[in-house]
Design a protein around this ligand. Structure first.
Ligand code: PLP
Length: 378
């Protein structure tokens, strides 16, 4: 059987976890967490990166830092993971969903302006499959209307938009290091902060509302409770696992890109025959091969193909029931404008196995199986 995902493991994880144990430091913000934070800041060029317990929690921190309050509106696509919305709903915001572009499955930047009201506080672009949203246009709108931008770059670690790392373009960026993502620590994430004026409060929120980070740096004599907050710092054991992966980030990225490219060339003829559509990478975007997806004619064909692949030992999946059609989405949000593509395109989408170390022969088996499926039904 070919798994849909295998969590990344490069070799040194256990050694580093053992080091954390020997250091007598397994709680948060030890040497491995610091190494990861600094690596992310330098590699992606941002003022501050703070490891968190998940991308969901990084989004929650961003929502607090953005000062989202009861009745504020936040604009995002409906084609996304629940956490993108949850973080803002928890602060009392109303979610305003905007349709996606069918070519990238990202928020349609040309529909954002029409969704803005005098209650709008933030725009939350989601870089689906690690392929960037049209950030220049989005930042231009944000500046014009004085809105904050929180990038959900959960899938976008190591991707760039016109030379800038995803997650570093908006006011806040959020990464995921969940086991299904390109780089992992089991559960974990990072918040990236562009403007240094937010750093101090971010550290406080992440440390239960205390100024403990300042205390550990020797900047104050004793630490105290100064704001509300939570516990968003991950354990050193998880950070040690991540550190092994970050050291190998280039290798992991190249390995995934090779797999992605092989899928892409192998499936070219099926796209030419109009049986499927392959992902589209806009100019100026360098992606990280987070996923390989195809789109087929409709929901029925999609489900038949998933079933067929399963019979042949390949686990493929669909992605995201649009949030605006979910019970909580109806309660906490509204769809602005017409749903031309969100539902239709998500119905047609099918994700193929993709992970670090996926074998070439497995990709060839998968693409040949897809070819057989279409030969059989047409
Ligand atoms: C994975 C993912 C998340 C959540 O990440 P966690 O680290 O599991 O909290 C949020 N948004 C998107 C788009 C994701 O793909």
């Amino acid at each position: 059987m070919i798994n849909f995902n295998i969590p990344p493991h490069v070799g040194k994880e256990l050694e580093y976890i053992q080091q954390a144990i020997q250091n007598n430091k397994i709680c948060g913000d030890g040497s491995f967490t610091k190494k990861c934070n600094i690596w992310i800041e330098n590699r992606f060029n941002t003022s501050k990166a703070l490891l968190t317990t998940s991308c969901t929690h990084a989004l929650e921190m961003a929502a607090i830092l953005a000062d989202i309050r009861e009745g504020d509106e936040v604009i995002m696509p409906s084609f996304t993971f629940v956490s993108t919305a949850d973080a803002f709903v928890m602060r009392g915001a109303k979610i305003v969903f905007v349709d996606i572009r069918p070519d990238t499955m990202n928020i349609d930047e040309n529909l954002i302006e029409a969704a803005i009201t005098d209650r709008t506080k933030a725009i939350v672009p989601v870089h689906y499959a690690g392929i960037a949203c049209e950030m220049n246009k989005i930042m231009e709108i944000a500046t014009k209307y004085n809105l904050l931008v929180v990038e959900d770059a959960a899938q976008g670690v190591m991707s760039t938009y016109k030379g800038k790392a995803l997650g570093t373009i908006g006011d806040f960026g959020c990464y995921s290091f969940h086991e299904t993502k390109n780089y992992s620590m089991g559960e974990g994430g990072t918040i990236l902060i562009k403007n240094s004026k937010y750093i101090e409060r971010a550290e406080i929120i992440r440390e239960k509302g205390t100024n403990r980070s300042k205390f550990f740096r020797g900047q104050i004599d004793k630490y105290t409770w100064v704001d509300f907050g939570s516990s968003y710092l991950p354990s050193e054991l998880n950070a040690a696992y991540l550190w092994a992966q970050l050291e190998e980030a280039e290798n992991i990225n190249e390995n995934r890109l090779r797999s992605w490219q092989l899928y892409h060339t192998q499936l070219e003829d099926l796209e030419r025959d109009k049986l499927i559509e392959r992902p589209f990478i806009p100019k100026g975007c360098i992606h990280n091969a987070h996923m390989y997806y195809i789109k087929v004619k409709n929901l029925e064909t999609r489900n038949m193909l998933i079933e067929y692949l399963k019979e042949k030992g390949v686990v493929a999946t669909f992605h995201y029931v649009p949030l605006h059609s979910a019970p909580a989405g109806m309660k906490f949000g509204r769809f602005n404008g017409i749903d031309n593509y969100t539902t239709k395109e998500s119905d047609r989408l099918l994700r193929l196995p993709m992970y670090y170390g996926l074998k070439e022969e497995d990709i060839l088996y998968i693409t040949n199986t897809i070819r057989k499926f279409f030969t059989n039904i047409y």
